[in-house]
Design a protein around this ligand. Sequence first.
Ligand code: ADP
Ligand code: MG
Length: 378
Amino acid sequence: MIIDEVRQHFGKSFGGEPTLVVSAAGRVNLIGEHVDYNGGEALPIAIQRRTAVAIRLRDGAKTTRINSGGTGGVLTLDHASLARKRQWTDYPAGVLDQLIGAGVDVPGLEVAVASDVPSGSGLSSSAALEVSFGFAVHTLMGLDTDLVALALLCQQAERQFVGVPCGAMDQLSAACGQRGHALYMQFNPATVRAVPFTESVLIVDTAVPRSLRGSAYAERVDECAAALAAIRVVTPDVPSLAAATMSQLGSAEMPDVQRRRARHVIAECERVRATMQTLARGERFPGRLAIASHESLRNDYECSSAELDWVVEYAMRAPGVAGARLTGAGWGGCAVVFGETSALLALQESMPSDFAQALGRKPRTWVVSADDGARVEG
Ligand code: ADP
Ligand code: MG
């Protein structure tokens, strides 16, 4: 549907047909939270919530004329003077900035965007936008597209141009997703290995504004850096916090808060590896590890919320549910529930009204499965 939409928006904004339509995916992380910026590993899937980009070369000035969603008019990004404007165009502008910085002579472009990735809910609409736009430019220009490299370029766009100190998980998922597979990711250096995952999952957006998130996220990044520095006093050659062991953590001196943050990171990485090995054997997602992950995020990392805890507890009482946990950075945002598809669909029916009654707001829910990352649509 967004493919038809983006073609319509393109016609309305620029007239005629685009040369190319591509899309990239939103994502949900199955397990491995707050580990990407610690050199650890994660296990996300790309989902059937996608952002589409329709694109065509334009003659004349090297500017990108761009519209999103068919409303808000056509905005212009001048390739010679890209600057942060604190609006949505910063994401594509950041990608242009990276491409130009890498020596790509980007010609004038006409671009339309359409998306059904909910924005700001933690399903990574920003990465879907960056990657779909970057993939469109790459493909239109006939550039050699290594999807991991493209994802890392988009990550740098978000870090350097937009100013969000993000890890690479979102962009790697948006780019490298594979239908029917979860993506076992390592970040230092970035590698992606697909493992079979054909189950559905239920995503519950608790619809809580994440006002705390920016500052608390940066605080966790700092706490983890401090914990690593403390471990290195005793064990100098530890390459990252994720690579440290519990016994190395145990012999280092640090405040209790830093110790709990580090304990989460180290244990979470062990859970990711165990989950990956389980899926690689063709078995179902190990729900008990989802629960253990949630407890660690709630107690040690302190990034859960009353609403997320409510969803996890509610879900675990339902028959056929194997596990549930918060997903994404936390402090609001989404939870993910694992189990039989019929159980997830039943929960999707029953949960929202009980949630609303208990917590006074309506959650949004989606049942999804693993989809492709960046792909050409026509
Ligand atoms: P998330 O990535 O979890 O959805 P972010 O805050 O990282 O949340 O990114 C959301 C922002 O990305 C939006 O506020 C908007 O600026 C931008 N964005 C994402 N998708 C689109 C889109 N289709 N059109 C315009 N802007 C978008
Ligand atoms: Mg984002």
